[in-house]
Design a protein around this ligand. Structure first.
Ligand code: PR8
Length: 497
């Protein structure tokens, strides 16, 4: 089997036929499940629905992303804190909209009643599905003056939601690893400014991962329970169902009124604080990295998050084994201080088997050394993203690896952006919209601005209304796709996880 690339797409030449490697696009579920396991990302066989085991490669990527996100949040003045995992039902029930949104999804915990024991006196506790009602009573104790503001905090933790929709490894789990940030401000303007900053921070991390997404303001009927409005990051997915990887919610004063978070204003008098909360779903971001960049062999990790960034494979020829292995060792010593490098010197595997093994694990760069490289003091570099191979001198190799890593990162990002543009289509009628949704497209439709029209799209197009662009003004030039009145803007409609 021979692999090659046409316009960045990996193709197979087999038995004289050229085929696009397309399992990822045609049988996404099977592809994804296989990759999770063979690339040692997650094991989905844990016997509790919605709970999975993160294996070494999956958790490594999450850890890298977590560190980067936390670094950016902390640069912006967020302090890390850690709040309890449980709340009382009473506390949880204080904000009416919030409870409506979440009550059906909470796990309850309490002491297990042993045989012969009396029923426990205390009511069960709630396992956090999110932490607003856990944090905000504490905010009320800490904030009393304008000098206490802004308050910005974040925590990386797991939250628990008894998801009723079908669960899916990484995409829809019941134990959700995430980062949640919560902020309190002295004015609406300051809170608005923080929305922009939060969007900027999330965009930066996702951009560094080369993930392509749309930032959409959700329609009012789909905003976070208790928020004034919600902004979401929807990443494309090979099966056409968008993957919401992060959200930013402007809570206005809805929670501060309920939890009594008041402060003495600089100009005198009391006011309620303006609040935001935003969340970054680590498991969904990991899913996006795998799904957007991977090919039929498996994942392709952007170098900065790759558990192993570069693997060295010796190609020993008969009679020259010793010098090849010695040289491979030299290359390894050169790289191991700067990169997460691995020397694959297993005696019982052929070079071909080693290539395949590390490609399936998403290692972005391979270094091959054989007798010719020993003689010329060079190495062959093989890129996982394009399949390209080229020879470079050993001298200055570290710099060259850095340069290639930059190129791999750029290529992955560019490919992913192109794919998002291909998935986006403008549709002019509901029938065309329904057909495009079937084909896995994200549809852009002209919209008059009424909730009624937006709500009716779900039924008529068989997809979710994801909202309209945030930060990009799009004026609807055509009539509303539902009612025919003048269009105000465009709505994005697609299937979703
Ligand atoms: C909040 N409160 O709760 P959000 N599986 C995987 N990822 C998920 C799941 C799931 N079942 N549910 C949500 N996420 C606010 C903001 C504090 C933080 C991920 O917001 O309900 C998604 O990526 O919108 C989602 O965008 C993010 O958590 C935040 O969840």
């Amino acid at each position: 089997m021979v692999y090659f690339y046409i316009m960045g797409l990996r193709c197979i030449l087999e038995g004289g036929f050229i085929a696009r490697e397309s399992e990822k696009f045609e049988q996404f579920s099977e592809w994804f499940d296989r990759v999770l396991f063979t690339a040692r990302i997650a094991d989905n066989r844990y016997p509790v629905k919605g709970f999975i085991v993160y294996l070494e490669n999956g958790w490594f990527v999450i850890e890298r992303v977590r560190r980067r996100l936390e670094e950016l949040l902390e640069e912006d003045g967020h302090f890390p804190m850690y709040f309890p995992i449980v709340a009382t039902v009473e506390n949880f029930s204080r904000e009416a909209e919030h409870i409506k949104g979440f009550m059906g999804e909470v796990f309850a915990v309490g002491k297990l009643r042993l045989e012969g024991e009396e029923a426990p006196q205390e009511a069960p506790l709630i396992l956090r599905p999110t932490s607003e009602t856990i944090m905000y009573p504490m905010f009320a104790l800490w904030i009393s003056n304008h000098s206490d503001l802004p308050l910005k905090t974040h925590q990386s933790c797991a939250v628990y939601r008894y998801e009723t929709k079908a669960t899916r490894a990484l995409y829809r789990v019941r134990e959700i690893p995430w980062n949640e940030a919560h902020t309190a401000h002295a004015s609406m303007e300051e809170a608005e400014e923080q929305v922009r900053k939060a969007v900027e921070i999330y965009s930066k991390v996702l951009d560094e991962l080369g993930i392509a997404y749309l930032i959409l303001r959700r329609p009012d009927f789909d905003k976070f329970a208790g928020a004034d409005y919600s902004i979401a990051f929807d990443a494309w997915n090979p099966d056409g169902k968008v993957n919401q990887v992060a959200t930013v919610h402007n809570l206005g004063t809805n929670f501060s009124r309920v939890f009594g978070i008041e402060f003495e204003r600089r100009e005198g008098g009391k006011a309620y604080v303006w609040q935001l909360c935003y969340g970054f779903g680590y498991s969904r971001v990991l899913a996006a990295v795998i799904a957007q960049h991977g090919d039929d062999l498996g994942p392709i990790f952007p170098p900065w998050v790759a558990p192993i960034q570069v693997v060295i494979v010796p190609i020993p020829y008969k009679g020259r084994e010793v010098e090849v292995h010695r040289y491979a060792g030299e290359v390894y010593s050169l790289l191991k201080g700067r990169y997460r490098a691995r020397l694959d010197d297993r005696p019982d595997a052929t070079p071909g088997e080693k290539y395949y093994f590390w490609e399936r694990r998403g290692v972005p760069l391979r270094v091959e050394v054989g007798p010719r490289e020993v003689e010329k003091r060079t190495v062959v570099l093989a890129r996982r993203d394009t399949g390209e191979k080229f020879t470079v001198p050993l001298e200055g190799l570290e710099g060259e690896v850095n340069r290639v890593f930059g190129e791999i990162t750029r290529t992955l990002a560019e490919r992913s952006k192109n794919r998002l543009s291909e998935q986006l289509v403008d549709v002019g009628s509901l029938e065309e919209g329904a057909r495009s949704v079937e084909l896995g497209k994200i549809c852009r439709v002209s919209w008059c601005g009424s909730d009624e029209c937006a709500l009716s799209l779900k039924g008529s197009m068989g997809a979710e209304v994801r909202g309209y662009r945030y930060g990009v003004e799009e004026r609807g030039e055509r009539p509303c796709i539902v009612c025919g009145r003048p269009g105000k803007t465009y709505l994005y409609v697609s299937r979703a996880y």
